[in-house]
Design a protein around this ligand. Structure first.
Ligand SMILES: *Cc1c(COP(=O)(O)O)cnc(C)c1O
Length: 398
């Protein structure tokens, strides 16, 4: 295999435990495994998180939800003992049957979505279908507009015997910003919406909001204490939804230092490849496309069979003037030289003795993190880990 990802199940479970502790015993932590567990492989991560005690897993669509159910069953976790699976990003008419078939819980905000589900629930002849209603408190992405639509929707929902509102949720746009006025406004809107939910006579079991940074950014804000109060007020349990932090990364909190949670998280993904070529080059030779790197003194270069098609960002390329990324070879940094190509990358191993064909190289992992890649590529760690297109090989501790 030219390139593969190793997932540390120990670190994944450890990060989950850390987040639960940080969220407090009264707030559940939904484990987000969407986008193939942020590039880590949902089939591997979902059972680990279920065994670590996650009551809920979050996916993006019904196809992911079905795959997660199958992975949990395949891992020997019986359906009754599986966590709830929340489908967080929309529903199409043809998805309604699978919601019931796989026992998924969709996040809904449109009357149409609920009508499709009612139809499917009636057809299936089972009990009412559980949904979580999303309130748009200020992202303009998905969710019921609290002023314009909420009351009408609630009035309609309370008349539906084939539908059960199991949860009410919202999402914060700026949870990594300390003292954010946007979060403060979203909190006020969500409070008002919960008032309308209670007034309509609905008794959701869950009230949830936020993401990894909401757990991380608790110092000045107290967003989780606020959420607990809000949930308690309607007799519900509070929950926060964490994704990136499970995998060992978290955005820095703007306006504050490194939080305790961020310091203890451990990256779960190690992306490895193998050396497929070693060569000596002399001063004056040019390396890679467009010759953006000119050899200044004799060097030994190693060729790696990964490139931007595999998710190794082209922004990690290096010219003489601008250093780029690096890989870890025998625990030492080997700088990228020249352009990252589609499926090939060249690194400098001049200072590293005894490199041989087939040697293992860490493209991303300890010593070269997704945050390092993100800084060079001008993006966030989320996009880096989601972009890794490697075959999965899992269960490696470390
Ligand atoms: C992806 C997602 C999350 C998790 O966000 P992280 O920043 O990765 O923790 C939480 N809630 C919703 C609705 C999401 O789509």
């Amino acid at each position: 295999m030219k390139s593969w990802v190793e997932v540390s199940e120990r670190r994944l479970a450890g990060n989950y435990g850390l987040l639960r502790e940080a969220a407090g015993r009264k707030t559940a932590v939904l484990a987000v495994v969407k986008a193939n567990a942020y590039g880590h492989g949902a089939a591997v991560c979902a059972p680990v998180l279920a065994r670590a005690g996650a009551e809920w897993l979050g996916v993006t669509d019904v196809a992911e939800g079905a795959a997660v159910r199958e992975a949990l069953t395949g891992a020997g976790i019986s359906r009754e003992r599986q966590p709830g699976v929340l489908v967080m990003s929309g529903l199409l008419r043809e998805d309604a049957g699978d919601v019931i078939r796989y026992g998924l819980t969709p996040v809904v905000w449109l009357r149409e979505q609920m009508e499709w589900l009612v139809e499917a629930a009636v057809q299936s002849g089972g009990g009412p279908v559980a949904v979580h209603v999303e309130i748009d408190t200020g992202m303009a992405r998905q969710g019921v507009a609290p002023e314009a639509e909420l009351e009408g929707l609630l009035a309609w929902v309370t008349g539906q015997t084939a539908l059960r509102v199991d949860g009410v949720m919202t999402h914060f746009a700026s949870s990594e910003v300390a003292g954010s006025s946007q979060t403060a406004l979203q909190r006020r809107r969500f409070e008002e919406a919960m008032g309308a939910v209670a007034a309509a006579g609905l008794r959701p079991a869950w009230v949830h909001a936020g993401n990894s940074s909401t757990v991380d950014n608790q110092g000045s804000e107290g967003n989780l204490a606020w959420l607990r109060g809000l949930a308690g007020g309607v007799g519900a349990r509070s929950m926060v939804r964490a994704g990136i932090a499970l995998y060992g990364y978290c955005l820095p909190i703007e306006g504050e230092g490194l939080s305790a949670v961020r310091q203890e998280l451990q990256p779960v993904m190690t992306w490895k490849t193998r050396v497929i070529g070693v060569r000596e080059v002399q001063a004056g030779e040019r390396v890679g496309y467009n010759g953006i790197f000119v050899v200044e003194r004799a060097m030994r270069l190693a060729l790696l069979p990964v490139g931007y098609a595999d998710g190794l960002r082209r922004e990690l390329s290096a010219s003489n003037a601008r250093p780029g990324g690096w890989a870890m070879v025998r625990g030492q940094r080997a700088a990228i030289v020249g352009r990252v190509s589609m499926n090939l990358t060249i690194v400098d191993v001049s200072g590293i003795a005894g490199i041989a064909l087939g040697d293992e190289v860490v493209v991303l992992g300890d010593g070269v993190t997704a945050e390092d890649h993100a800084r060079l590529a001008g993006t966030i760690a989320y996009e880096i880990v989601c972009g890794v297109q490697a075959a999965y090989r899992c269960g490696i501790a470390g």
